[in-house]
Design a protein around this ligand. Structure first.
Ligand code: IVH
Length: 687
């Protein structure tokens, strides 16, 4: 969350330095680890903020400014390429009647009654790509994009071994070849295992892994991923290369492409229908995912005459397979604790093969999903694997198991025993254990040492994970108990680096109160709210004592507390929940007893927000903020929030379906803004 723009050169300089470091971190995570730390939207907002400050203070633009780095923005990282011939999609068929309908339409269009010869090809579940060769050399490559315009991924395509950089043998002066980039199932599983070991992003299925690997701004990452391509279609060509599609596939093979070896000619509709069954039976055993068979009329002159209707050719159809399904017993419902404390029910199943993958677990997402499916331990269930490796439970088969009981959501976290809460209006139940929950401990340690928190130089994510795995640190206080001798001699650590780390840790034994609060990793207490709490309570002693009291108050008082603190009731509740857990209190006290010197906070500054001193009315529904949070935010920035519009009102924030208050504001000539405008005024977003 960003605040209002800096007003003095000193502030601007500090903010530009902060943004440069933050964006560099995000870039590294995105490009090198393929594990984005923030959404594209958040990233873009930081880039915009950086640009806006640079525009106001051009003398302060840094040499390492994100605006000077090339390829910094992931969302606009690729140049666009317009396809010479649009990349269209295919009509679908789901059964023999649909297929016969396709044949009859083609016959009618051509005014013929004879059978067609087809080529049948597995429909590869990957992403389509267009390759343009000029004088035999790969000139450029583009993704499908919206069909008219794709992304220029030439550099990444060049590193895929099964795509020739130069066509073998004679070829037209200019030819565009299309095909599907994919990742084999075994390669996908190995990649995910390696990603997991490195703490990097896990892909949901081979198609996502292929797409993520191809859309890399750094082609050395693409090169390290086992991508392949099957060639299967033609775009533009400066001369004819074949008279049949099958003849074209043979040329593709000669030029050095991989062509799927199940692709075959089929003399009649009956042959095509039989081929569908054959490929369906082979599907599970194939090395790659397919989701159907594509049938193309073999004669290229017929293809030309048939042409296109809408966005699909009249000469081809994709006959899809049904999603792969299987039936098995739901043995048990376990609760998994995620790294953020989310409790997810997981179905343990009697192992069963679905589409060539042996499945013994399925996610149940959340307790609402269990209620919707109405499944219990012991029931027989139907599973579906639709491209994704993680299957879903689709339905219960038959009655509930005898003597079974309905699922009861856990009241405590299975990893640490702390209370588990499901806030009103949310689907996810969460562990309140925070610091003490082993399932969350590692992520908490990473957060604790990170830049906005204790900012311990040399104790980045990778090091924390290594130290945690080797049990050198289990709790934040352990960091301050580390000794150089424990570190010297570890892989990558020498005497000097170990002593430097210990020195960096020692330097952080004195810490500002807001950083201390933020470092605890309490849900929803980000840097801004931590600052607010620090200013409100002043000293760590006062804060600690007040938190002891906060635990004992009921929900109404929490609401009042939220208003007093101007953080809103939801955040006040998170705070109280955290301190309600005895072991969280112990961890905080353990840290203070190290001892740490926690510097008192500066008293609250007079707000320089454009909202300061204004009387504001909110009306209508807000999409990005809850009303109490919006009110708390405005008050925090020095505004007075009232319920009705009067002559004293300075500003009316119009949500959706704003009614009579909007009209009254117009009648009285009072300034109005929409939600987006309010976010800008409140400093949540820069323009
Ligand atoms: S031919 C104008 N052949 O399926 C027709 N497409 O649903 C061009 N696909 O966008 C496509 N395997 O990404 C064709 N053997 C195959 C295919 C195939 C997979 C994909 C392709 C296309 C999508 C259409």
């Amino acid at each position: 969350m960003s605040n209002a723009g800096p007003t003095t050169p000193n502030e601007a300089e500090a903010e530009l330095a902060r943004l440069a470091a933050l964006i560099a971190d995000y870039d590294r995570a995105y490009h090198e680890q393929d594990a984005p730390l923030v959404s594209d939207a958040e990233y873009d907002a930081l880039i915009r903020r950086n640009r806006a400050i640079e525009a106001a203070f051009p003398d302060l633009i840094r040499a390492d400014s994100p605006s000077r780095r090339v390829g910094a923005a992931p969302s606009s990282g690729f140049a666009k390429i317009r396809h010479a011939v649009p990349m269209l999609s295919l009509d679908n068929a789901f059964g023999p009647e649909d297929f016969s309908g396709f044949v009859e339409r083609a016959q009618r269009f051509l005014g013929v009654t004879h059978e067609f010869a087809f080529v049948g090809e597995p429909k590869i579940d990957g992403l389509s790509i267009s390759l343009t060769y000029i004088n035999g050399d790969l000139a450029f490559a583009a993704t499908r994009g919206d069909g008219s315009e794709g992304e220029d991924v030439t550099a990444n395509i060049r590193v895929i071994a099964s795509i020739p950089g130069k066509l073998h043998g004679p070829a037209p002066a200019r030819i565009e070849i299309r095909g599907e980039v994919f990742m084999a199932k075994a390669d996908f599983l190995a990649l995910n295992a390696a990603q997991e070991a490195a703490g990097a992003k896990i892909f949901a299925n081979p198609r996502n892994a292929a797409a993520g690997s191809l859309r890399q701004l750094d082609s050395t990452i693409t090169a390290s991923r086992p991508l392949r391509m099957f060639a299967y279609a033609m775009g533009e060509s400066s001369e004819a290369v074949a008279t049949t599609h099958f003849g074209y596939l043979e040329r593709l093979r000669d030029w050095g492409f991989e062509v799927n070896d199940l692709s075959t000619t089929l003399a009649t509709t009956a042959d095509a229908i039989a081929f569908q069954d054959r490929v369906g039976a082979a599907r599970a055993g194939l090395a790659y995912d397919i989701d159907g068979v594509v049938y193309k009329i073999d004669a290229l002159d017929l293809q030309t005459r048939l042409g296109f209707v809408g966005r699909a050719p009249r000469w081809a159809i994709a006959w899809k397979f049904p999603a792969e399904r299987a039936t098995t017993k739901l043995e048990k419902i376990d609760i998994q604790v995620g790294r953020t404390g989310a409790l997810t029910p997981v179905a343990r199943l009697t192992p069963v093969g679905v589409g060539g993958v042996l499945v013994s677990n399925a996610t149940l997402h959340n307790e609402d999903e269990i209620a919707r499916l109405d499944v219990r331990e012991g029931d027989v269930v139907e599973l579906q694997r639709a491209g994704d490796v993680i299957p879903q439970i689709v339905a219960r088969i038959g009655d509930h198991a005898q003597g079974s009981t309905a699922f009861v959501p856990p009241e405590t976290c299975p990893a640490c025993g702390s209370p588990a809460h499901r806030p009103a209006g949310e689907v996810v139940r969460r562990c309140t254990g925070g610091l003490i929950c082993p399932a969350q401990a590692e992520e908490h340690l990473i957060h604790f040492a990170s830049r906005g928190a204790f900012d311990i130089e040399g104790l980045g994510e990778k090091t924390v994970r290594e130290f945690f795995a080797d049990k050198l640190i289990a709790t934040p206080a352990d960091i301050f108990r580390l000794r150089a001798e424990q570190i010297i001699g570890r892989e990558g650590w020498g005497e000097l680096s170990a002593r430097n780390l210990i020195q960096a840790i020692n330097q952080r034994r004195t810490i500002a109160l807001d950083r201390f609060i933020y470092a605890l990793g309490i849900r929803r207490i980000g840097e801004a709210n931590a600052k607010l709490l620090a200013r409100h309570y002043g000293s760590v002693e006062n804060w600690r004592a007040q938190m002891e009291l906060a635990v004992q108050i009921g929900s109404e008082a929490r609401e009042a507390l939220g208003n007093i603190l101007r953080i809103g009731p939801a955040i006040a509740t998170e705070l109280a929940d955290f301190f309600a857990v005895g072991r969280n209190r112990e961890r905080v006290d353990e840290l203070l007893a190290i001892p740490l010197t926690v510097l008192p906070a500066e008293p609250e500054a007079i707000s320089d927000s454009p909202l300061a001193g204004k009387t504001i009315v909110f009306t209508g529904g807000l999409a990005t903020l809850a009303r109490p949070e919006a009110k708390a935010l405005a008050e925090r920035l020095g505004a007075k929030v009232t319920d009705s519009v009067s002559k004293k009102t300075d500003l009316v924030v119009l949500g959706t379906d704003a009614g009579s208050k909007a009209k009254k504001a117009t009648d009285l000539g009072i300034q109005t803004v929409d939600e987006a405008g309010f976010r800008v005024l409140a400093g949540l977003e820069s323009i």
